[in-house]
Design a protein around this ligand. Sequence first.
Ligand SMILES: C[S@@+](CC[C@H](N)C(=O)[O-])C[C@H]1O[C@@H](n2cnc3c(N)ncnc32)[C@H](O)[C@@H]1O
Length: 266
Amino acid sequence: MQADYVQDVQATSSSLYQTPRVYDAAFSHRDFPAEIHVLTEWYLSVTKGEPLASVLELAAGPANHSIEYLSRGVSATALDICPQMIDYSAQKARQRGLSLRTVNANMLNFRLRDRFDMAMLLTDSACHIHTSKDMIRHLRCVGDHLNPGGLYVIELTKSSSPNYINKWSAQENGVDLSIEWGANGEDESRRTVSATTVSVSGNVEGQSIEINETIKTRSWSQFALEKAITASGSFTVARRYGDFLTGSSINDNSAPRLIYILRKNA
Ligand SMILES: C[S@@+](CC[C@H](N)C(=O)[O-])C[C@H]1O[C@@H](n2cnc3c(N)ncnc32)[C@H](O)[C@@H]1O
């Protein structure tokens, strides 16, 4: 399983996913409590008030969304193919006195004994699923791990949005990083699968960072994703949003994301 992932990443130094502290610092601008608040509102709205007791975060990375759920008393499991990410997320949860269940596996074909109320695939991690065949396999696998009527939340990045940002900096205690995700001129929206260049440079806690790598990614259109959802037979689209805001619309051209709330079919 690990070999598939490594084949898709060509790094000139270490890989961003294999240096989780750097990944976490680079994406620390996200407001995890606010996103979890909205996700929970959507869950309650779609399920008409069913209790949310357990979540499964796929391609979880540092698992910040899972950790936020744990802090609210919801049991959480984080799955990732990268062992460094798994170790990092478990340690991060422990430091907050929380017990995160972690699984080192491929999101395309994992097998767990537990069943969950909601699964999440966030921060455009669907870009690591490259073909429709794999997306269908993935959706069926996730569906098999949900309780009846359970939800699956998929967040895609909309690179055609005027609010899409591919260059930013991260500054916090001991962190000073410049990040570029996809070089200028790489028009991801025109290609289905592309080689995305990722550059991160600066300092994290006194350590100098220089990461330059190319990651094979897929940009999922609404059409391709919805076709795969229908073909999987596992889910029906319950809601579509353009951001982690209650009233956001997927049809707003300036919306920076495409967020799907899928409901497991009976
Ligand atoms: C863009 S990061 C997203 C991390 C996290 N979801 C977030 O919101 O910050 C993508 C993650 O997907 C993981 N990944 C890539 N391919 C995977 C696969 N086939 N199965 C499971 N995890 C995978 C990487 O190791 C990385 O941690």
